[in-house]
Design a protein around this ligand. Structure first.
Ligand code: SAM
Ligand code: ZN
Ligand code: ZN
Length: 262
């Protein structure tokens, strides 16, 4: 691997990459695949895999994944993760990344993931979390996320606030997985292989700040005609000022991996 910037090196990302590199994915199912970012991460970091299926209930996001994976043994399907159409024990690895807080009936989705997983297969979840001792730059990320999630909720989409670490651990502990291991990292593991490591490392990188400020404004566009808009705009300006002062850095994530008990 290339030189790794210090914050990324001490973030916990390397330990997660070391685990993934020992796993053959076999037949993979990814829930809430979206544009395929997390499936891309898996195939980049796993030792190998045979085939993958990515499902999402948003057809437009899946179209982007279709372009990304056009030459790969990957099938993309519009499907609700709360009710899967696969037989019991179909997959060797099931995963869900950054989607837990988007899924309305999470209990059903997690049960379905477990049902379609082979006995002894890998069950993997990645999810960002709020709270704990995160930096001001990370708290800014949570504030941006919450603003966007509230806009989504006004528009009728299910998008709850980020779970806390304790909530995620409690949810996963109830699944009865064996060998469940939970890792925490303050950086995206994918940055270990990204070409802009030093930029990603810097919470005050000018291009990150600029694009975040633009995204915040863009995110409010859907509610421009609503009476609540001015309140949201005021809140957005305070968050933008905090970002200019303290920077922005992605919220910490939990990487959870266990196996389906026989
Ligand atoms: C934040 S995105 C994560 C995308 C991708 N996993 C990644 O990490 O880049 C959350 C995704 O969950 C999807 N989603 C929400 N509810 C779902 C459901 N019931 N079934 C399938 N996908 C769902 C959304 O459409 C969205 O694409
Ligand atoms: Zn979200
Ligand atoms: Zn990066």
């Amino acid at each position: 691997m290339d030189r790794i910037p210090p914050n990324l090196a001490s973030s916990g990302a390397i330990e997660i990459a070391e685990i993934l590199k020992l796993i053959s994915g076999g037949k993979i199912l990814d829930i809430g695949t979206g544009d395929g970012g997390s499936l891309q991460f898996l195939i980049d970091f796993l030792k190998d895999y045979d085939t993958a299926v990515g499902i999402d209930n948003d057809k437009d996001e899946l179209e982007k994944a279709r372009v990304r994976f056009k030459d790969k043994p990957i099938t993309l399907k519009v499907l609700n993760g709360e009710k899967l159409e696969y037989d019991d024990g179909t997959f060797n690895l099931v995963s869900m990344s950054f989607s837990m807080h988007h899924i309305q009936n999470l209990h059903n989705a997690l049960s379905e993931m477990k049902r379609v997983l082979k006995n002894g297969g890998y069950f993997m979840i990645q999810e960002m979390f709020s709270g704990g001792n995160q930096t001001i730059a990370q708290k800014n990320d949570t504030a941006v996320h919450e603003l966007g999630a509230e806009v989504d909720r006004m528009e009728g989409k299910y998008h709850r606030e980020e779970y806390t670490k304790g909530e995620i651990v409690a949810i996963l502990s109830q699944l009865g997985l064996k060998d469940l291991e939970i890792f925490e990292t303050s950086r995206y593991v994918k940055c270990l292989k990204c070409g802009e490591k030093d930029d990603c490392e810097d919470p005050k990188h000018p291009s990150t700040i600029k694009s975040t400020l633009e995204d915040i404004d863009k995110g409010l566009e859907p509610i421009k005609e609503r009476k609540e808009y001015s309140k949201f705009k005021e809140r957005a300006e305070i968050i933008k000022q905090n970002i200019k002062t303290h920077g922005i850095s992605s919220t910490s994530i939990l990487f959870c991996i266990g196996k389906k008990a026989n």
